[in-house]
Ligand binder design. Structure first.
Ligand code: PLP
Length: 395
């Protein structure tokens, strides 16, 4: 009796979640310590201590009706003000609370902005490999996701193809940097070029094309690499941010959208995003955790664990004969599978109790994703299995 649309969605439902279930099954048989589960982007590093301190101080010191009550559908004004000030300080922008809409994580934010923008049949472009849920989010509002093929040498976006895929129906482009699943950060040169193409195509078609920057991994960066702030390069940029990874709070469901004044029809978009938050059923982002993040704007998770995992996995996998681009951010490695069928390769890895996700889940078959947001002992424990797996193919 469920709807036809949901029937298809349930059938295609996430391979990543299925892996998670498989991990639980294998742990019951072999013991959790002998299963190397690299399937989910669930942060292994604890939230910073300031998060707990903020929770305690807010619930003991602030008025209960303020903390637990309804507020504007865009979120508490003082929280949005504090976030705007923090962004301005870091990136030299000029936002106020008016430009910030608090959301239920990045997923909530993307759904809100797509609800705000899309008419049925509008096209949204993204670059493979991409976070597979984009397809569902765009489909929620009867848009068409257009996928640009990957540039597998660097995993920077393929801008030549991008230019040819923009049409009069293109309403938005979603980019994600640092990227899930590659860990690649789009260079400033790439961003400038992408912005130039968008400007040119807006003129050519006499349309407005919004650039949606989905950036839950902004703070997870290694070796001091710069992550450009995209509103500074293209005026029709909307930023979708989340604290799921940067403060290790994925279950709390908190993030925000930035809709800059200089974006075309900004006032209407802000008003519509406010309504979208309500009518999508979020109403507003969770109240307590809004107040918490406002007190933790300068806090960071300790990414040395991820960095150590990154170095060890990258170096050892290369040594065993695997091929992959060294990630500069996020907590994923995107590795070329040693047979063309990425699903078969990930199934073969299970023999060694290693759980990894096929690249086809990210629109990029022939690769697999290793989420290294795990304890270091999981990485160490899996190395022998990765080596044996490589030997099966390369011997
Ligand atoms: N966008 C990307 C690229 C992600 O990797 C994720 C989660 O893994 C999300 C969005 C959703 O994040 P959130 O938990 O903030 O909804």
């Amino acid at each position: 009796m469920i709807s036809n649309k949901m029937l298809t969605l349930v059938q295609n439902s996430s391979v990543i979640r299925a892996m998670f279930e498989e991990g639980k099954r294998l742990a019951a048989i072999h013991g959790a310590e002998n299963v190397y589960d690299f399937s989910l982007g669930n942060p292994s590093v604890e939230p910073p201590a300031e998060v707990k301190e903020a929770v305690v101080s807010i619930i003991t010191e602030e008025s209960a009706s303020l903390v637990h009550g309804y507020m504007s559908n865009s979120g508490y004004e003082d929280v949005r003000d504090a976030i705007a000030v923090s962004i301005n300080k870091r990136f030299g922008t000029g936002f106020t609370h008016e430009n910030i809409v608090m959301t239920v994580g990045a997923a909530g934010g993307l759904n809100v902005i797509l609800k705000t923008l899309l008419n049925a049949g509008d096209e949204v472009i993204t670059f493979a490999p991409f976070f597979g849920e984009y397809r569902n989010y765009v489909n929620n509002f009867d848009g068409e996701l257009v996928v640009v093929a990957p540039n597998t040498d660097t995993f920077q976006p393929n801008l030549e193809e991008f230019e040819t895929r923009i049409t009069a129906k293109t309403k938005a482009v979603i980019v994600n940097t640092p990227n899930n699943p590659t860990g690649v950060i789009y260079s400033e040169e790439t961003i400038r070029e992408l912005a130039q193409i968008l400007e040119k195509k807006q003129k050519e078609f006499n349309t407005v094309i919004y650039l949606i920057s989905d950036e839950p991994y902004r703070e997870l960066v290694y070796d001091g690499v710069n992550v450009p702030y995209l509103t500074k390069y293209y005026r029709n940029t909307i930023v979708g941010y989340s604290y799921s990874k940067s403060l290790s709070l994925p279950g709390e469901r908190i993030g925000y959208l930035v809709i800059p004044d200089e974006a075309t029809d900004a006032k209407d978009m802000i008003a519509a995003a406010n309504v979208a938050n309500r009518i999508l059923g979020f109403v507003n982002a969770p109240s307590l955790i809004q107040r918490v993040v406002a007190k933790c704007l300068d806090s960071e998770v300790d990414i040395t664990v991820y960095n150590r995992n990154r170095e060890v996995l990258y170096n050892r996998l290369k040594e065993y004969g695997y091929d992959c681009v060294k990630p500069e951010g996020a907590f994923y490695l995107f590795v070329k599978t040693l047979e063309a069928d990425d699903k078969a390769f990930c199934a073969a890895a299970k023999k060694y109790n290693i759980l990894i996700v096929p690249g086809s889940s990210f629109g990029c078959p022939g690769y697999c994703r290793i989420a290294y947001c795990v304890d270091h002992k999981t990485v160490e424990g899996a190395l022998l299995g990765f080596q044996k797996l490589a030997k099966e193919y390369l011997a």
